[in-house]
Design a protein around this ligand. Sequence first.
Ligand SMILES: [Zn+2]
Length: 486
Amino acid sequence: MAFDLFDDQHEFVEQIRAQLRSGNRSILGVASPAFGKTVVAGHIIATAREKSDATAWFLVHRKNLLRQTSMSFWGAKIEHGLLTSGRARSTLPIQVGTIGTVHSRIDRLTPPKILFIDEAHLCRGSMFERVITWCKDSGSIIIGLTGTPQRLDGKALGHLFDVMVEARSTRWLIDEGRLSEYIIYSTGLEPDLSGVTRNGGDYNKEQLAEAMDRPTLVGDAISHWRRYANGMRTVVYCVNVAHSKHTAEAFNAAGIPAVHVDADTTEKELKEACEGLADGRYLVLCNCELVIEGFDLSSQVGRDITLECCILLRPTQSVARYLQMVFRALRRKPNPAVILDHAGCAMRHGLPDEQREWSLDGKTGKRRTQADDEADVRVQKCPSCYHVFRPGPTECPRCGEKVEAKKSREIQVQDGELQLIDQVMARRAARVEQGTSKTLRDLIALGVRRGMKNPAAWAVNIACARKGKKPTAADYQEANRLRAKM
Ligand SMILES: [Zn+2]
């Protein structure tokens, strides 16, 4: 088995190997969605099996992700069995399964040499801990993978993992074209959460539903969607099942075809909803917690079709939950994703691609503990179009409305702040410039303008990354041919 890894994926594998060499047995790998976790896991498994007859399991937390993961493994030509209820166990050395099934069969199974836990931030409760401890005790290597290394209740994962390694950032993946750019809008209609108490690290769900499940808020979501995301393939995150159903009804009543899914939705119904979304019978998929961690529309339908818009109607105190919702819309596609935040998440938690300091011992790092006071200076909202952006400009980057120039505290605490703001703005402008260079020729021209050493090769790398393919010799030849004519 050979895996064609991107350089940053190699880097990530090397970081994991270095930790294993230094004696750590349980490693939490942090990587953005669409980083290519399956390919990386496949590579690690394949290399391990070249040297020994190691067994490996890749466990997911929900059955509806099993089919999707299994398909990605087949896509990467990894032969495997399925560890799931209703399936006889195969003897293949590689298994893809659900944590629940392993837990229920624990007495009849032999722990694998390598255990991968997907969406490892969901590791809580006795089931996860029992499976992980059982494997650890028998000497397995544990590799957890997640985009947000913090449990949804804000608690840490340090008791399960020895060490954490991080892949390149979300921003880097966006710049490389492996994730899509995004535009985020908040709303003028702030939900009133004054009567909502906290419960288990997040808002009390019942009270939150009361505050959010209101026709005015849903109506506002529909009018914003019409204005900023009309016709886009959309996922809506609601507080609970009733809220999600009401929201779907409201979209349907407004003539926008919507479908609701929840935990009681059968595999077949979910598939139907996803197919409907893929072929345009539905434009809007409403849910509360089903279509979140790990969910990938294109894997569900087996075609390269992505979500284009994400509507947040679910306020959360958990930055992990916020990111998991937004990430669903950031799969690679030609145009920026539109995020409509009616839940105050961006103002509270910052922009999705903000550099975050994660740690295995929980909410540490200055930025995190001061998040509440700082949120309003990390991002700024245009009073006219509600676009949310990094502070710095004197005009809204979307509509041009004059705004009060605020300085981001993130930048302010450092020396030479104005210069830094300029740098931040320049980098932003550079990214926009790169994003609008659509053709290979445009990209080469941009590379030339930027004084790149080899603009043709750079352009090929960016163009191929956007399509998710590895550059070939023919690609470089084509670029050199174009470059020669310029
Ligand atoms: Zn604006």
